[in-house]
Design a protein around this ligand. Sequence first.
Ligand code: SME
Length: 161
Amino acid sequence: MFAAAALQSDSKSGQYAELAEQARGLLHGERDRIANAANFSALVWHALPDINWCGFYFFDGEELVVGPFQGRPACVRIALGRGVCGTAAVRRETQLVEDVDAFDGHIACDSASKSEIVVPLYDGDRLVGVWDVDSPRLARFDADDRAGMEALCAIFLESIA
Ligand code: SME
């Protein structure tokens, strides 16, 4: 049985390296997308401070549909190009939003969310979905979070390839 240890490192990048190691162990040997997305969300949810939602939206061929997540119930479908999630999917680059109220078109699922990071998930040219994390704190996410989340998402994508 996998047991996630509390993160020990003093630096954020060190903590993400530890979390990446835990994610590798957790997803190892399993390729089911729902199973791995569910465990991945739970791992991050319990490891990171100051977050109120984390989870997946998967592309169904037309739009983004909510997948496994932790936090309050969320909007189910997001059109490509809409909100932070749809923008990340279309631009193919991580969206780091310090203040969601200042992001034109932000979709508010939980009014507690103040900042957000969304990583697009691509398998080559194929859009798989996005990984979305919200925080009740303004400017909760920085360049370390971007690098750390992108590394974690690469581990998730590898696990389901
Ligand atoms: N805020 C997102 C919608 C998803 S929720 O945050 C879970 C967006 O603007 O795309």
